[in-house]
Design a protein. Structure first.
Length: 134
């Protein structure tokens, strides 16, 4: 029997139009054997949550550089819980000030990856977190 591949939705919410980092992470996750679904730019929290449900993902990676993380990310977490996906691992990457991280984690984010984080750190975190939930 083959092991189930980890499914990760990579999302770019809001008006942020810079997606190079999201694409680099998406490719690294794919190269690490994960199945990656990329939503594209300028997604609403509702679109991201709907895609996570439709794609039956294990994790949602949110890339945000716009500064709207304190509004958008908690809304995504709230929508995931409302549709019965509280067990989906949510990670955030981008320009996130240290002082905003505790509130994001309280909202349901499992981990925040700031500039300088390696793709290896992200891969290992997702693998470990999803394995602990299984």
């Amino acid at each position: 029997m083959t092991e189930k591949r980890i499914r990760v939705l990579v999302a770019k919410p809001g008006l942020d139009g810079h997606d190079r980092g999201a694409k680099v992470v998406a490719r690294a996750l794919r190269d690490a054997g994960m199945e990656v679904i990329y939503t594209g730019l300028r997604q609403t929290p509702e679109q991201i949550a709907a895609a996570a449900l439709q794609e039956d993902v294990d994790a949602v990676g949110i890339s945000i550089l716009s500064g709207a993380h304190n509004t958008i990310v908690p809304r995504i977490c709230e929508l995931l819980r409302a549709q019965g996906q509280a067990d989906v691992t949510v990670i955030v990457g981008g320009i996130i000030p240290d002082e905003d991280i505790p509130a994001l984690k309280k909202a349901g984010v499992a981990e925040v990856f700031q500039p300088g984080s390696s793709t290896e750190q992200i891969i290992n975190f997702i693998r470990g977190h999803v394995a602990r939930r299984a």
